[in-house]
Design a protein around this ligand. Structure first.
Ligand SMILES: [Zn+2]
Length: 401
């Protein structure tokens, strides 16, 4: 936006000569908008907002009890005593003591509320997540403490994916796993090439017999493993199975409402074992009736048409057919994979839920301001508790299942 300001000046040297002096003032429209309409909630403004322990404490009281401390036992919020020396409240009815962090993820934590608030700010606004080592450096705590804080924050979001979608819902599954080792990738590529060569130019076993070449069985004298492998490859009978490390991966099932929210769930460790039994209960649970479900041509989705209006797109021939496509969900899946590849490198199956919840929390609020994303977190901190013992148990439970 340019504003042209004209200033008339009159010179008085013998005759009146109005001359024209023009000045242009450039105002960047974008920055003006940011300043006036959308206040930026940066790290420095966050630190200025919560620069004392008392401010964090007051904010929690405001968020949790709307400014009136309420006894968790009897629900009384009238004239409760405040014990300043211990920073806790005493109920005026039942005389029980309670604190503002009681029953929240901050309960019994030795870490100050200021650090917790900073942790929530960093956790909710980091686009592709934040690793526990980086977190430890920023907060000034040990790595294991940082990891435990992160796990507690993820625990707070456990209800994040418990929503019901409607309208047009795109559905797809994906496999999140670390990349194969470079050696394995090269070996796999070599096998693939050899197989292709034999298919194109080699002889089948029947042809070899017709040509009078005897079948060779067993190991010849002085033959190495490589030579046997080569001979088997040449005979065209050798089928090498490529061992992908599927047991280290997680199958993530995603559902997204067009122009709406995203729901993701883990459904197993092997992408080849995705069946109707693993997929359909989730669809029925998370998608309302009279919705339109769009999938690809995976055979696990064949019975979906009994429950919903179902369209599928055949990815062998086309990716988009009018409004029928699964590009929205594939976009969301790609971002999940990018987050895990770039920040976490590998997530174990039994902790995968936490990472998925963290991702969907940010994804569903990606168009909102940083301040809103930060403040949205506080209602979910109440009524969640995570003890380290339970966290460790999770692995055993998943292994048994
Ligand atoms: Zn009470």
């Amino acid at each position: 936006m340019k504003i042209r300001v004209s200033i008339f000046k009159f010179s008085f040297f013998g005759f009146c000569l109005p001359y024209f002096c023009a000045t242009t003032i450039e105002i960047n429209q974008k920055s003006l908008l940011v300043v006036i309409v959308k206040e930026k909630y940066s790290l420095s403004s966050h630190n200025a907002r919560f620069d004392t322990e008392q401010k964090c404490h007051d904010y929690l009281i405001q968020v949790r009890w709307n400014g009136r401390p309420q006894c968790p036992d009897c629900g009384n919020d009238h004239m409760n005593y405040f014990l300043t020396t211990r920073n806790i409240y005493k109920c005026s009815e039942c005389y029980k003591q309670f604190s503002v962090t009681q029953g929240t993820i901050f309960h019994m934590s030795k870490i100050s509320l200021m650090k917790w608030f900073l942790a929530i700010y960093l956790f909710t606004t980091a686009k592709r997540g934040i690793s526990s080592i980086q977190f430890a450096k920023l907060l000034g705590v040990q790595q294991r403490t940082a990891w435990y804080i992160l796990q507690r924050l993820r625990e707070a979001l456990k209800e994040e994916n418990e929503v019901i979608l409607s309208g047009i819902v795109e559905v797809d599954e994906t496999f999140v796993a670390p990349k194969l080792h470079r050696d394995n990738r090269l070996q796999a590529a070599k096998w693939k090439h050899d197989k292709e060569q034999i298919r194109l130019h080699g002889y089948s076993a029947a042809q070899r017999e017709r040509m009078g070449i005897k079948k060779v069985r067993g190991r010849k004298k002085g033959e190495t493993n490589e030579m046997i492998q080569q001979r088997k490859l040449e005979s065209g009978k050798y089928k090498k199975t490529i061992h992908t490390p599927f047991e280290k991966g997680t199958v993530v099932f995603g559902m997204i409402e067009r122009g709406g929210i995203l729901v993701m769930k883990k459904i197993g460790t092997n992408i080849k074992k995705v069946t109707t039994a693993s997929v359909l209960p989730l669809l029925i649970k998370h998608i309302s009736k009279n919705s339109v479900v769009i999938t690809d041509e995976h055979r696990a989705y064949q019975p979906v048409s009994k429950f919903f209006t179902h369209y599928s797109i055949n990815h062998r021939s086309e990716y988009v057919n009018g409004d029928i496509h699964t590009n929205t969900i594939e976009n969301a899946q790609k971002h999940l994979k990018k987050m895990i590849d770039s920040t976490y490198f590998h997530i174990s199956y039994h902790h995968a839920d936490g990472y998925i919840n963290e991702y969907t929390y940010r994804w569903n609020r990606r168009e909102r301001s940083e301040r809103a994303i930060f403040e949205d977190f506080f209602p979910v901190t109440v009524g969640r508790k995570l003890i380290y013992k339970d966290l460790k148990k999770r692995k055993d439970m998943d292994l048994a299942a």
